[in-house]
Write a protein of this length. Structure first.
Length: 181
């Protein structure tokens, strides 16, 4: 038993009182400290580089953390900025701006549905495949998409400010239901 206690005492002295060691051993301990300090710094820098360059930690951890603390879906801020610009264009006196606002609103809805994996291709092709409990406003979407289609097919299509507001209100309602804006 005394031998084991002596071994533990030597280990303790080696780890916590290196000044009691011979000079040659102290030099080796210093060398190991330097090597492992460099290794630790390099590992820390690599970890930071890894988290910046690779997307899975962001998707697996940081996005969930942000959603938890802000009580909002992750992409909300992106869509809110785009939506503010669309609303400004929708209130414009210039008809071309209002048409562009409707096209962009439709684009946001389609992008959101793709990002959430509700659709794979275009909204036009897969609108009927979306379950009713996910998208309750299918008829309104069809109405808004008809206006969009008219804008794209007929350059002389007349679009009033009231009609623009009505269509943008449909998109706003849908995006709010999805908590995208």
């Amino acid at each position: 038993m005394i031998g084991i206690e002596k071994i533990w005492q030597n280990i303790f002295n080696f780890l916590f009182h290196p000044e009691n060691l011979p000079k040659e051993v102290q030099n080796y301990v210093l060398l190991f400290k330097i090597i492992f300090s460099i290794y630790g710094v390099l590992f820390f820098l690599f970890s930071i580089y890894f988290f910046k360059r690779v997307s899975w930690p962001k998707g697996a951890f940081l996005i969930d953390l942000k959603e938890f603390f802000t009580f909002k879906p992750y992409r909300t801020k992106i869509y809110e900025k785009k939506w503010k610009k669309i609303v400004e264009k929708g209130e414009s006196e210039i008809e071309a701006e209002r048409k562009l606002a409707i096209l962009e609103a439709d684009s946001i809805l389609e992008d959101y549905l793709k990002s959430e994996k509700y659709i794979d291709k275009s909204l036009e092709q897969e609108l009927e495949k979306i379950p009713e409990d996910i998208l309750k406003e299918k008829e309104e979407v069809k109405k808004a998409r008809e206006i969009k289609k008219s804008i794209l097919e007929d350059p002389s299509f007349e679009l009033s400010l009231e009609k623009t507001r009505e269509i943008l209100e449909i998109y706003k309602k849908i995006l709010k239901n999805f908590e995208a804006i």
